[in-house]
Design a protein around this ligand. Structure first.
Ligand SMILES: *Cc1c(COP(=O)(O)O)cnc(C)c1O
Length: 244
């Protein structure tokens, strides 16, 4: 079941790439495996998935340790959820080791500063992060506020200043942006949000002269649309593992 689901998703990803003339390897499938048992994750690995996303660090770390005993190499773990500042330490290292390859949900400056300090104190290599941005304006969504950035120069300036400050932090490396589209029954409603995130990324690259290659956007209901709009990382849970 999991293997069939993954095969179908890989086909959909390839089709979405073809539609907009993107190379297939420009998109990485991140299997969102929160609440899934280790056995289901191993099934996904067997079916070819190498990237996994967890959203609660206290659930993720023991699972990562257990899976590393079976599959020592080749997997990348993504922290995709909101991080409480008191949990930052466990995101940076667990049982003395770096466990996550990319942190998607960095949604405020204080959290980024804390991660920066923890990495620097440990003398670790730089921790790659994505900045979560709220481009939809939906009040329930976390992330740096950027709704209306294209229409209002003051909003664009504000978010640009924030990203500049984040990019200057030692110990972390801003690799790109992440967003959550509003929950909607219509796939196409997400398109505007995804497009806005990509255009904001382009604007920030130009304004700051930095590279922000990664765009983490798109989930079970809208990942093909996200790919058409430039997603490099799609976070897919239910379409792989079934309803939670
Ligand atoms: C669970 C989760 C996903 C995957 O959602 P599905 O609808 O199951 O595909 C993506 N992103 C985040 C941040 C999540 O927590």
């Amino acid at each position: 079941m999991i293997a069939e689901n993954i095969a179908r998703i890989q086909t959909n990803i390839a089709q979405a790439c073809d539609k907009v003339s993107r190379p297939r390897d420009s998109v990485t499938l991140v299997a969102a495996c929160k609440t899934q048992p280790v056995s289901a994750i191993i099934e996904a690995v067997t079916a070819g998935v190498r990237h996994f996303g967890e959203n609660r660090v206290e659930e993720a770390n023991p699972k990562i340790v257990e899976i590393s005993a079976t599959i020592p190499d080749g997997l990348t773990w993504h922290m995709i959820g909101h991080i409480q500042s008191r949990k930052a330490k466990e995101v940076v290292a667990y049982q003395g080791q770096r466990r996550f390859g990319l942190i998607h949900g960095v949604d405020d400056i204080d959290l980024a500063a804390r991660l920066s300090r923890l990495v620097t104190e440990r003398g670790d290599s730089v921790l790659p992060i994505l900045i979560q941005v709220n481009v939809s304006g939906e009040t329930t969504k976390s992330g740096l506020e950027a709704a209306g950035w294209a229409e209002h120069a003051t909003i664009a300036q504000h978010i640009t200043g924030q990203i500049k400050a984040l990019a200057a932090l030692p110990g972390v490396s801003v690799r790109g942006l992440m967003t959550m589209a509003p929950i909607s029954s219509e796939m196409e409603d997400s398109r505007t949000v995804f497009r806005s995130l990509r255009l904001l990324r382009d604007h920030l690259q130009d304004a700051l002269g930095i590279a922000l290659p990664e765009l983490s956007m798109g989930m079970t209901d809208d990942y093909p649309i996200a790919i058409e709009e430039g997603a490099t990382l799609v976070r897919v849970g239910r379409a792989i593992f079934g309803e939670r």
